[in-house]
Design a protein around this ligand. Structure first.
Ligand code: IPE
Ligand code: IPE
Ligand code: MG
Length: 255
């Protein structure tokens, strides 16, 4: 039986949602959408081609996550470190985000998705900031999957800004230093109140955190794949959830 299951799980064509335990779907999944550039290069195409394909993958995976019963999906789209890339690549990615919204907003809305951008938006082009705010407002009454898109996001920046806000509230007397607990800090994060990550997925073969959700991932289960983000499918997501369901989460305790 074990041998049979093992074989079945290795053949991705055989993977389907009915293999999942519906009572153990991760509540909050995070994805580092990596490998766009390498995927494109391998096909003799420019990196921008990979970013465009990656945006299409995001549309499909949001729908898949919603179908599978995931409640919160947080995806890394652009980090505070990604500004180091050539201007042409950065502006391409920014333009792509605008295109993405224009192209997919209606469909995401039909899937009852609640959209939320996380990160420091102040460095973005005002037109893009406006498009983000409008998209959030249009979908604020939706009650399905919460989609957090991290743009100009860094885990360290998020914590730094949280500390600045806490310091301000202490200064104006709203908060006493002795009252600052882990729960207090959690409330000041971009992802509040849905902070804790259950499953963290990184495609693109690298096995690192790259400054994503440093506080939120305290007890996240990690899953990596060599597939690049443009190749990521609903079956890949199911494979990751199957692996999650096979893990024993102890949270520091004993089983
Ligand atoms: C992820 O793909 C997208 C962003 C970081 C914006 P990459 O662009 O990092 O692709 P690789 O890792 O170079 O292949
Ligand atoms: C992480 O990928 C950021 C995003 C996917 C948006 P990077 O490609 O920027 O990470 P490193 O540089 O390989 O760590
Ligand atoms: Mg990368």
């Amino acid at each position: 039986m074990i041998h049979f299951l093992h074989k079945k799980r290795n053949a991705s064509a055989a993977i389907s949602a009915d293999m999942l335990d519906p009572n153990n779907i991760p509540h909050h999944v995070a994805i580092i959408m990596d490998g766009n550039g390498r995927w494109a290069k391998r096909r003799g195409m420019p990196r921008s081609y990979g970013h465009r394909a990656g945006a299409d993958t995001l549309k499909r995976i949001v729908v898949a996550a919603s179908d599978l019963g995931i409640n919160v999906l947080t995806v890394y789209a652009f980090s505070t470190e990604n500004w180091k890339r050539p201007d042409t690549e950065v502006s391409y990615i920014m333009k792509l985000m605008n295109d993405y919204l224009r192209k997919n907003l209606l469909e995401l809305d039909e899937h009852n998705v609640k959209l939320h951008f996380i990160g420091d938006m102040s460095r973005l082009n005002p037109v893009l900031q406006e498009a983000f705010q409008q998209a959030e407002a249009d979908m604020q009454h939706n009650t399905g999957l919460t989609l957090n898109v991290a743009v100009n996001y860094g885990g360290r920046l998020e914590l730094t800004q949280a500390m600045q806000k806490i310091a301000k509230d202490v200064q104006n007397g709203q908060l006493q230093p002795a009252d600052i607990t882990e729960q207090t800090i959690s409330k000041y994060l971009y992802t509040a109140p849905e902070n804790d990550i259950d499953l963290m997925i990184r495609p693109g073969a690298d096995k690192r955190v790259s400054n994503f959700l440093l506080w939120q991932m305290a007890y996240a289960e990690f899953w990596y794949t060599d597939l690049c983000w443009p190749e990521f499918t609903k079956e890949t997501l199911i494979e990751a959830i199957l692996a999650f369901q096979g893990r024993e989460r102890r949270f520091g305790g004993l089983k």
